[in-house]
Design a protein around this ligand. Structure first.
Ligand code: XIL
Length: 320
């Protein structure tokens, strides 16, 4: 039942991450994408700054290409994302809108984007990264929560549900793999939303892990408590980064540890009934976001720059 997915590289938000779009330009990449995965996610292509670059115009080209590709290959699509503090266009962040206008802008966006792919995108990350590490809502950073109050979260789910009643709607965040202040906040929010009959269907942990930190051994327990609320769960963006030695090449020991982290994460998901998808945040180090974001770190995916399968690839296969 569990679907294994990957993010499709493209876009990229850092100046030094301006790679050619591997989806259209890299044949080898595309072949693996087609054959190895049951689900795909847009790494950047459905984010506001890409899909809604001007107030009065949308750009669906890259997103359409992903959804068409997935449909041809019988793959599911995870939509990412609708309400977030990051990668929003300047016209939105720097615009001078009244509350009424902002609400209408969000509603129009959700209705348009979710509606366009209704029936073709099976899961949406409706709200992304809305809590900080202490479990407080990102009231300053997140334009929607700051300007419109926390009630906007429930509205976003309602609007998405209206636009596509068949899509499963998720909360999604990082550092919520284990039981901690942030995942506690999600658990409380999820209970509240469900009590108000808000169409919330799932809770997802991104899974951006590092071998420099301990594996979150309570991942299964944490997913389990959301499962107990009747929610689907998912790992949506897993990668396992490491500090690279001088040579730039990971050691055997590092690759072994990385394989172990991937295996344990997949095991946890398999052990939770409602854990329905396990998505890696890219399958090759060639296009991984990690070296562009975490200085000195890398080698976070299951294949190296030349698409050679790393121990992590085989540990996942062996766990399935
Ligand atoms: C990252 C992409 O991988 C990068 O290409 C981009 O430059 C920045 O965003 N959490 C999320 C993802 O929800 O959208 C982020 O993706 C990684 C962290």
């Amino acid at each position: 039942d569990l679907v294994i997915g990957t993010a499709i590289a493209g876009g990229g938000h850092h100046d030094d991450q301006d790679y050619p779009d591997p989806f259209t330009a890299d044949h080898k990449y595309r072949t693996i994408l087609d054959r190895q995965f049951g689900s795909v996610s847009a790494e950047n292509q459905m984010k506001w700054e890409y899909i809604h670059p001007e107030q009065d115009s949308y750009d669906f080209e890259a997103a359409d290409a992903i959804v068409d590709f997935a449909e041809r290959n019988g793959q599911q699509v995870r939509g990412h994302t609708l309400l977030w503090h990051s990668q929003n266009p300047d016209w939105l962040e720097e615009g001078d809108f009244s509350d009424t206008e902002l609400r209408a802008i969000l509603r129009d966006h959700i209705t348009t984007v979710v509606g366009r792919y209704a029936g073709r995108i099976q899961q949406w990350d409706v709200a992304n990264e809305i809590f900080d590490g202490d479990g407080n809502l990102r009231t300053e950073e997140n334009i929607w929560i700051r300007e419109l109050g926390p009630g906007i979260i429930a509205d976003a789910f309602r609007w998405a549900h209206e636009a596509d009643p068949s899509a499963e709607l998720f909360l999604n965040d990082y550092n919520v793999e284990g039981v901690n202040a942030k995942s506690d906040a999600y658990h409380e929010l999820a209970r509240d939303l469900l009590a108000q009959d808000v169409p919330l269907h799932g809770f997802a942990a991104q899974g951006h892990l590092s071998i420099e930190y301990e594996f979150p051994g309570d991942l299964e327990e944490n997913l389990g408590r959301f499962d107990d609320l009747g929610l689907a769960t998912a790992i949506t963006e897993i990668d396992v980064r490491m500090e690279l030695p001088e040579s730039g090449r990971p050691t055997h020991a590092q690759l072994g540890q990385q394989a172990d982290y991937y295996r344990r994460a997949l095991r946890a998901c398999l052990n939770v009934d409602g854990c329905e998808s396990f998505t890696i945040w890219g399958f090759t180090d060639k296009y991984s976001w990690v070296p562009h974001t975490f200085e000195g770190e890398g080698a976070a995916t299951v294949m190296n720059d030349h698409f050679v399968r790393k121990p992590a690839f085989f540990s996942l296969l062996g766990t399935l």
